[in-house]
Design a protein around this ligand. Structure first.
Ligand code: AMP
Ligand code: GLY
Length: 425
């Protein structure tokens, strides 16, 4: 089977690496890809924003499955156009992708279907938003409605901070994403990420993870796309997972199906484990980056078969995904300056000698045949271990062997899980 993979990050390198292990794979193409992805796929210079060109490529190259990695093409309706032309796609259509594309869409869906989530108000002008602030205590959470690359959420500790956040959003600080805002109640608890495959009707759990959003050790500094992750997250016990499936995931998939806009692809739920039970913080319409790297490191099943069954609507007949009992942990190596202005062009060496870990490439490029940094997050160094402590040890041993002088990384990835191990050996 010939497959086209859309995307160019560490997530897509992990997807390419895993798809390439399938005996059913014919030729793998990636658009636009990166040097790591090129180890498994033929890179093609089509622009996924050009739907016509993408469809033409699929026709010419007998593509039987398109796997869409990032959210932007999903929210932009690439999957709709491919499906209309008869191509099976792993990834939701434009409207169900609004689960990620519009925070207000998701909150309203939760409200209609009794799905647990923080109390909220939507507002599309500043006066209304300021008036609504009075209905919430402090801290209060203010979110740009649209896609903002993980940066559109402000947790305001004071009324002044809340007003300043609204000023920023309505003055275009988050571009079009902030033309409408969601104001919501601040939830307490521990955060966990949960994944499920949905073909629109059948929905199957696909593992848990925890990531580290802040740039600095001890969860300090600005938010990033994610500086590291591990899977599974033992805090999401089997009993809690069943509650998440029953109270959040299945009702969401059923709601979208009943509204005539079924969700097909991977559904990524950001959850808060509150004292009252799991509550939905947000949905993403794709795999997390770097959560994908740790999930796929543990996946023992054939990803191509699962993605194809998801795309074809035959998940009910597919074999359930099997995961290793081991823990996978990934450490992101970023370019200095990230998340503000990363320093690009720095050389990366030592990847050839890595043993006991898999290095997924994100913001890398070739310059005169040498591998250099070309983006904020550059590498995701990923290892398996019997537990989080062993996986952490193996990942950091590999990090130490990589020569990336203009890079940096957090030294405490996995601390929560390692602390739990120490507390309950
Ligand atoms: P989101 O982009 O919606 O995942 O929000 C980014 C981060 O903001 C989350 O990972 C949480 O750490 C935090 N956050 C979002 N909503 C809430 C909430 N209602 N209560 C507490 N923290 C939140
Ligand atoms: N690592 C968080 C995300 O992919 O949204």
């Amino acid at each position: 089977m010939n497959v086209l993979l859309i995307g160019s990050g560490g997530r897509e390198h992990a997807l390419a690496w895993k798809l390439a292990q399938s005996p059913k794979l014919g030729k793998l193409f990636a658009a636009p890809g990166n040097p790591g992805i090129a180890e498994h796929a033929q890179l093609v210079a089509i622009d996924p924003a050009d739907h016509r060109a993408t469809v033409d490529f699929c026709i010419k190259n007998s593509i039987e499955l398109v796997v869409i990695g990032p959210e932007a093409p999903l929210v932009d309706g690439l999957a709709d156009n491919l499906r209309t032309m008869g191509f099976p796609v792993f990834g939701p259509n434009r409207i169900p992708a609004q689960l990620e594309g519009s925070k207000g869409f998701t909150k309203d869906l939760c409200a209609r279907h009794g799905i647990p989530t923080a109390r909220y108000v939507r507002a599309s002008d500043k006066l209304a938003a300021e008036a609504a602030l009075g209905d919430f205590g402090l801290p209060v959470v203010i979110k740009a409605d649209g896609l903002a690359a993980g940066k559109g959420v402000i947790i305001a500790e004071t009324a002044e901070e809340a007003k300043a956040a609204l000023d920023t959003m309505f003055e275009g600080g988050f571009g079009g994403a902030g033309a409408e805002v969601v104001i919501e109640q601040f939830l307490t608890g521990e955060e966990v990420s949960f994944f499920a495959l949905s073909d629109g009707k059948t929905v199957i759990p696909f593992g848990s993870a925890q990531d580290h959003k802040r740039v600095g050790d001890g969860d300090t500094g600005p938010n990033t796309g994610g500086m590291g992750a591990y899977s599974p997250a033992s805090i999401l016990t089997p009993a809690l997972e069943e509650r998440v499936m029953a109270e959040i995931i299945r009702p969401t998939v059923a709601a979208l199906a009943s509204e005539g806009t079924p969700y097909s692809g991977i559904l990524f739920a950001g959850l808060m484990l509150t004292p009252d039970g799991p509550s939905l913080i947000e949905y993403n319409a794709r795999f997390g980056d770097p959560e994908c790297q740790v999930l796929l490191m543990r996946l023992e099943s054939d990803l191509l078969e699962l993605a194809y069954a998801t795309a074809r609507g035959t998940l009910a007949e597919a074999e359930a995904p099997r995961f290793s009992d081991q823990t996978a942990l990934t450490v992101v190596m970023a370019a200095k300056g990230y998340p503000a202005t990363p320093e690009t062009g720095g050389s990366i060496g030592g990847l050839g000698g890595i043993d006991g870990a898999k290095v997924f490439q994100a913001g890398t490029a070739l310059s005169d045949g040498e591998l250099v940094a070309s983006g904020g997050r550059v590498l995701a160094v990923t290892a398996l271990g019997a537990d989080a402590a062993e996986a952490q040890h193996a990942a950091y041993a590999a990090v130490a062997a990589i020569d990336f002088p203009t890079g940096f990384y957090r030294r405490d990835i996995g601390w929560r899980e390692v602390a739990r191990l120490t507390a309950n050996p």
